[in-house]
Design a protein around this ligand. Structure first.
Ligand code: ZN
Length: 145
């Protein structure tokens, strides 16, 4: 079976097309399925992985992303964002003694952040440009902004 890798531009456009038709897509697997269907309409041999679609969606700004996490027991040691691969910055707080203390890490590109205990991304929700309404979720399923 032959396959071809679409450029980031083609991929970003396919993501936009999907989100033009539906305001939100509730999982990465679903987004991948819809984007692949879109791509096959252009070229039967096009393919893309879930991870690449997520990264292109963030990189190109073709989708807004909401990251749902659960807190693990491990300490955070991220230098790269687990969601999009970008650099992470320390979240610092000044102490009363004039020093600083690291509270966690925040991605420079997407909404991902983590405290000192590593927050593991477990689910992604994707939004198109036209989406403004904030959906309410159960408290046990916190949303990152
Ligand atoms: Zn990121």
């Amino acid at each position: 079976m032959s396959y071809r890798i679409p450029t980031s531009e083609v991929l970003a456009e396919a993501i936009r097309d999907v989100l033009r038709r539906r305001p939100t897509v509730g999982s990465q697997r679903k987004l991948t399925e819809l984007v692949l269907r879109e791509l096959k309409g252009i070229d039967e041999d096009y393919t893309a992985s879930e991870e690449r679609i997520r990264k292109v969606a963030i990189d190109s700004g073709s989708a807004k992303i909401e990251i749902h996490c659960r807190e693990g027991e491990e300490r955070s040691r991220y230098t790269r964002c687990p969601v999009c691969g970008s650099k992470m910055n320390r979240i610092r707080n000044e102490t009363v003694f004039g020093g600083t203390v690291t509270l966690g890490y925040k991605c420079t590109k997407c909404p991902y952040w983590t405290g000192l205990k590593r927050r593991m991304p477990i689910r992604y929700v994707f939004y198109g440009d036209g989406y403004t309404k904030i959906v309410e979720y159960d408290k046990s399923d916190p949303i990152d902004h």
